[in-house]
Design a protein around this ligand. Structure first.
Ligand code: ADP
Ligand code: MG
Length: 259
């Protein structure tokens, strides 16, 4: 049986919102329109605009409405930054910069930082040898200093959760915090399985805000297992690989002829 994949960030967001236990961790998400961007910016001040079918942080845009003494609008895509006096000027440029495909707009989370660089987490959840969902790995990703995304493919640096959270939570609470993240991992898997029963593995992008509150930015159904080779503890990747092999992730496609 083939492993199930779901590309649409919409389909996955709806599956998460359908579960009352997971719902509080999902940032508000709407279709991208002039009205939704305007309304959410007025209410939240910062949003992320991203392709419904995107990967590697490509096409992701951070949009801000700055208030106070020097009110203006601002957005960043890749390393390009733009400043505007009015919403309409800003939105017209946004239409130029975004690719001509469906986008969504999501409540922006102010990510925790380490030495001025934003970071978030990748949480790997897999069906184990008993076919139960198990959180098998957590790795942090530190954004390139001039970028608004943390993706490895956009210059993000993999780091351990311990190193990233050192200074943010007292040592004695660390394992409790990690267990909370693992629990979110299996809850998210359960929520998605209700809509997509043949999933075998997921990789959840989790943001942590300055209140240490976790937020689910997106769920990947073709998560990169190799990222976990960057962890100093090799047993993490070994287990990820063992489970993935068991459900057939690395199985070669049959060739048509043996000639
Ligand atoms: N709502 C958000 N608030 C803050 N940062 C975000 C938000 N959405 C995305 N990001 C940043 O952009 C990165 C890429 O976004 P993501 O939704 O994971 O799309 P992709 O499929 O391209 O990886 C995230 O890992 C995170 O660093
Ligand atoms: Mg992602």
């Amino acid at each position: 049986m083939r492993i199930q994949r779901v590309r649409s960030k919409w389909a996955k967001t709806h599956a998460l919102l359908a579960d009352p236990a997971v719902r509080p961790f999902v940032p508000e998400t709407r279709p991208f329109t002039r009205a939704t961007v305007k309304e959410m910016l007025n209410r939240m001040g910062m949003v992320y605009v991203k392709p419904v079918n995107g990967t590697f942080g490509r096409g992701v845009i951070r949009v801000e409405k700055i208030t106070g003494r020097d009110p203006h609008y601002f957005f960043q895509s890749g390393v390009r930054q733009f400043r505007f006096e009015t919403f309409n000027e800003m939105f017209d440029k946004l239409l130029e910069v975004k690719k001509p495909k469906p986008y969504l707009v999501q409540q922006g989370i102010e990510l925790l930082k380490l030495e001025g660089r934003r970071f978030d987490l990748r949480v790997m959840v897999q069906r184990n040898l008993q076919s139960e969902w198990e959180t098998t790995g957590i790795i942090g990703r530190l954004a390139h200093p001039s970028k608004i995304v943390t993706n490895y493919h956009s210059g993000g640096t993999p780091m351990t959760l311990e190193d990233l959270m050192d200074g943010n939570i007292p040592k004695q609470y660390f394992s409790q915090y990690r267990n909370g993240l693992k629990k979110i991992g299996t809850m998210v898997a359960a929520a998605l399985t209700r809509k997509f029963p043949r999933l075998m593995e997921i990789g959840i992008d989790i943001a942590i805000d300055d209140q240490l509150r976790p937020w689910i930015l997106e769920v990947n159904t073709l998560p990169d297992p190799y990222l976990f080779r960057k962890l100093p503890d090799p047993s993490v990747y070994r287990r990820i690989h063992r489970y993935a092999e068991h459900y057939g992730r690395f199985r070669r496609r049959k060739t048509r002829s043996k000639v």
